[in-house]
Design a protein around this ligand. Structure first.
Ligand SMILES: *[C@@H]1O[C@H](CO)[C@@H](O)[C@H](O)[C@H]1NC(C)=O
Ligand SMILES: *[C@@H]1O[C@H](CO)[C@@H](O)[C@H](O)[C@H]1NC(C)=O
Ligand SMILES: *[C@@H]1O[C@H](CO)[C@@H](O)[C@H](O)[C@H]1NC(C)=O
Ligand SMILES: [Zn+2]
Length: 602
């Protein structure tokens, strides 16, 4: 008997565990004032204090964000609907000290900032980035989640999400917290387009565009045609699509003046927002290219530092120069390869990367790893105090993309491979297998397609280090001359603004610039150059341009209301531009043509 009772008990415990579930009910009774009512039901939970919290970070956003600030009227109930104690134990953390294995939490959520990170609630359009919206229970990461929406009457009710539909209207599921958080959801008047394409092994995938925009059917069709081409172009880099859940990938896009510009990658979808008007020629296509490249690079080829994703704070990553920077490089490259931007525009993109890498103090004095580490503060991070970023931080997007350009050219000229070969090797080793990578493993992977000493040299000098890159030699291999952009233009090296007829320095002066050396600082007011008054940018440029490089000018200025005088030694601008050999009648060899054809010959 005893034995039987015991096994019955065991069985009951198993059933109880199976029935454990997190359920969200979401309604919008006050959508006009951007509020949602959220109910979170946690059933069959352990009989110990239950902790619920809002996230402080969101997948793909690398700075810490405080989502707890837009949650209020938090209450807790038991199974019978009786109110139970809930204590706020931290700004965004709530604890129910006692319960009977069932807790129902209700709260109000405010959201009026539709982008890839936050929440935008409006009767016609509901825009949810999950970490910005949903409180979750600690210790229940692997518990299945259900979610059900009650949609406002004014809303057209078309839902785009990668959550799994259940068959019941407006009801979806996710196998666990990481999955749930990675599925942004948009509800409104969405135009849906879909098409299918295949992998080399015959597996078919469906791609969906869920577009919120004022646009004609014809405009959306034109855009969809371009997007299809872009999808194929991106796949060509790796040779295959990753596996998507239910064989489906969703581009959720909201292009209208009511959203804020962003693009956020997820594993099987992306959320793209652009506060412009939709047009099929829109530059927004570049954002699609970038975000789609991410479904390989970062979503599956994943840095170990951010795997699994931590929702309590943004973990620091060393690898964003590749995860974001190489993606940035390919975003433009895929546009060029697909013919959406011409060679001239692509060269301007490359020149600007080279200028960033050569001129900015963030690249001169810090490594791409340092830049990646800075993401925890800069990626849409908000600061009230001032920072010295102009002198110690360069975005890992452009730093990384400039590094990708150098590696692409090194691989082409030394090994007759393109950067695609490196991305493919990373995909096979870390992406398909979903084994997260570290920088030493990346170096090893590069060695695998080149040789040990090249990989070691490249990583030591340009990834761990910040040595100058010889772009002049590298670009000459593709038949492009690196020339001074503004040969005769002199520079003081200041950002300027005018206010009440005053000419003000509007940004930190950059280390090494004439202005920095002369002791000029942000917020100083420029008064005169060589006793000629300067009140506008044009007047300053005119005054400076009567000189030549190396000349000393006298500057009168005001610092905190004290009038001062200084001398600045003028320098030539070091910005470069790329000029095709054809323009100076230099021969363009087959090798050069080959490199060019890997960029825009397809
Ligand atoms: C995306 O698809 C992959 C492959 O099917 C799957 O492993 C993953 O769980 C999916 N979704 C999310 C949100 O991670
Ligand atoms: C993220 O940071 C937390 C706390 O610093 C740490 O416990 C965790 O292991 C980190 N996660 C990863 C993936 O490195
Ligand atoms: C060159 O000068 C022009 C005119 O001042 C300016 O618009 C342009 O941005 C400069 N180019 C570079 C690469 O600095
Ligand atoms: Zn990105």
């Amino acid at each position: 008997m005893k034995k039987i009772i015991l096994s019955c008990l065991l069985l009951c415990t198993c059933l109880a565990i199976q029935a454990q579930k997190i359920q969200y009910l979401v309604s919008f009774p006050n959508a006009i004032h951007h509020e949602a009512q959220v109910t979170l039901i946690a059933g069959n939970i352990p009989l110990q204090p239950a902790v619920f919290r809002m996230s402080r970070s969101s997948p793909g956003r690398y700075a810490t964000h405080e989502f707890g600030k837009n949650v209020y009227d938090v209450k807790a109930y038991d199974k019978t609907g009786k109110s139970i104690t809930i204590n706020r134990i931290d700004g965004d953390v709530y604890e129910v000290p006692q319960h009977n294995g069932f807790v129902k939490i209700t709260y109000t959520l405010y959201g009026n900032y539709a982008d890839g990170t936050y929440v935008g609630i409006d009767p016609e359009s509901i825009h949810l980035n999950m970490p910005g919206a949903f409180m979750w229970m600690k210790g229940m990461d692997n518990t299945p989640i259900g979610i059900s929406f009650t949609i406002p009457k004014e809303n057209k009710g078309i839902i785009a999400t990668q959550l799994q539909p259940t068959g019941k209207p407006n009801t979806f599921t996710a196998p666990g917290l990481q999955y749930f958080m990675d599925c942004p959801t948009k509800i409104g008047n969405l135009k849906m387009k879909q098409w299918q394409t295949k992998n080399p092994d015959g597996k078919t995938f469906t791609f969906r565009l869920a577009l919120e925009a004022t646009a004609t059917e014809e405009q959306v069709d034109t855009f969809t045609t371009k997007l299809k081409k872009l999808v194929e172009q991106t796949k060509a880099v790796y040779g295959e699509f990753p596996d998507y859940d239910y064989g489906m990938y969703t581009f959720i896009a909201s292009i209208n003046p009511y959203v804020f510009g962003d693009g956020m990658e997820h594993r099987n979808s992306t959320m793209i927002t652009s506060g412009t008007l939709f047009s099929p020629e829109d530059r927004t296509l570049g954002v699609f290219a970038h975000e789609f490249f991410h479904c390989w690079n970062v979503e599956r080829i994943r840095p170990k530092t951010i795997e699994p994703f931590n929702f309590e704070k943004s973990n620091m990553s060393n690898e964003l120069w590749c995860a974001e920077g190489f993606t940035q490089y390919y975003g433009n490259l895929d546009l060029a390869r697909a013919g959406f931007i011409d060679a001239k525009r692509y060269l301007a993109v490359l020149a600007s990367l080279i200028n960033t890498r050569t001129i900015t103090p963030g690249c001169k004095y810090y490594s791409p790893i340092d830049a990646s580490n800075g993401a925890v503060f800069v990626d849409a991070g908000v600061a009230v105090d001032k920072t010295n970023y102009p002198n110690m931080f360069t975005s890992y997007y452009y730093y990384g993309a400039a590094t990708a350009l150098a590696l692409d050219l090194e691989l082409q000229t030394r090994y007759h491979k393109t950067l695609d070969a490196f991305m493919q090797a990373m995909w096979k080793r870390f992406g398909k297998t979903e084994i997260s990578y570290t920088i030493p493993l990346m170096q090893e992977t590069l060695a695998g397609i080149t040789d040990k000493s090249f990989a070691e040299d490249f990583f030591t000098r340009y990834i761990y280090g910040h040595e100058p890159i010889d772009y002049t030699t590298l670009l000459s291999k593709a038949g492009y001359a690196v020339q001074k952009a503004n040969a005769s233009q002199l520079t003081l090296g200041v950002g300027l603004s005018t206010e009440d007829g005053k000419l003000l320095i509007s940004a930190n002066t950059q280390k090494g610039s004439p202005a920095y050396e002369a002791g000029l600082d942000i917020d100083d007011e420029l008064l005169s150059v060589d006793n000629v008054a300067v009140k506008t940018r044009e007047e300053l440029v005119a005054a400076v341009n009567t000189h030549k490089a190396g000349d000393t000018i006298n500057i009168r200025y005001k610092h905190r209301d004290i009038e001062k005088q200084t001398k600045a030694v003028l320098k030539e601008s070091t910005a470069i531009t790329l000029v095709p050999y054809e323009e100076s009648n230099q021969p363009v060899t087959e090798e050069m043509k080959q490199i060019r054809s890997s960029w825009f010959g397809k």
